[in-house]
Design a protein around this ligand. Structure first.
Ligand SMILES: [Zn+2]
Length: 271
């Protein structure tokens, strides 16, 4: 997550959305996807060239996350498969991506949406749990909500990449935002995030603030959670919705100041 970035790219012959995380690795030839083994868990089809225990706790968690999202965001569940390709080594994933998707940056994991398929590429390494929770969240969201703005797509992925039971509290982001607040060089601005083009390669600061707004909406007041649910329902039904910054402002108060207070309150909890 420290070197996280996002790109939009054209890939596998169709307009595709690719959201990427990770870091650079050395290259070895890799021409094909890992497909020797596959496990189907509800919406997830996990492919690998090495056997994975069918009831591995990470797969259990990813499966449960589908229900978490549906219940917390009041979204329907989809039966559209999300194909998760797990590479055993980082250099295999890197070489495959450089061969098949040469325009993409070097990353540790990717989510890719084409007209016909949702895919995740990841490496079974030290951070595979965080990476898969993040990328599979994109898959669950994209399978039911069209036209999700990039800040909310990433903000929710950062929220749900945290292990279950921690209320989406992303300590890395809390610490980073608290440090910026202490230095006086951060003023939250949801309108700025909303104006980011979908093709934006978001900075780490953008990821942190996107997470902060998602956490603010989901973990402070029920009325704010309802705003987010309404927003997602509008997107799902109509493909567009009034910006959440406008809805928050109309509800009164000063959302930016309240977000900063929220981060200050979280600073102690995340330690
Ligand atoms: Zn992402």
């Amino acid at each position: 997550m420290d070197s996280r970035g996002a790109v939009l790219a054209k890939a596998i012959g169709a307009m595709a959305v690719v959201i990427a995380v990770g870091c650079a690795q050395p290259i070895r030839p890799r021409l094909a996807l890992p497909e020797q083994h596959s496990i189907v868990r509800d919406q997830l089809v996990v492919h690998s060239d090495f056997p994975l225990p069918p009831h591995h706790r990470l797969l259990e968690e990813l499966t449960a996350r589908r229900v978490d999202l549906s219940q917390q965001l009041l979204l329907p569940v989809s039966d559209e498969p999300i194909h998760v390709f797990v590479f055993q080594r980082a250099d295999e994933l890197d070489a495959f991506v450089r061969l098949r998707h040469p325009s993409l940056p070097r990353r540790r994991a990717f989510f890719l949406e084409t007209d016909t398929q949702l895919r995740v590429y990841a490496q079974w390494g030290d951070r595979v749990a965080e990476d898969l929770r993040h990328e599979v969240t994109h898959g669950y969201l994209h399978s039911v909500v069209p036209c999700l703005p990039i800040w909310l797509d990433e903000g929710l992925a950062e929220y749900y990449e945290v292990p279950r039971g921690r209320g989406g509290l992303n300590s890395t982001h809390v610490e980073a935002l608290a440090a910026r607040l202490a230095k006086g060089d951060w003023r939250p601005d949801l309108s700025r995030l909303e104006a980011l083009p979908q093709e934006t390669d978001m900075t780490q600061d953008d990821y942190a603030e996107s997470w902060a707004w998602a956490h603010f909406l989901l973990a402070t007041r029920p009325a704010r959670q309802e705003m987010l649910r309404d927003y997602l329902r509008e997107l799902r039904l109509r493909g567009s919705a009034p910006p959440l910054s406008l809805t928050l402002r109309r509800a009164g108060g000063s959302p930016e100041a309240e977000l900063m207070d929220h981060i200050r309150r979280l600073t102690g909890q995340s330690r």
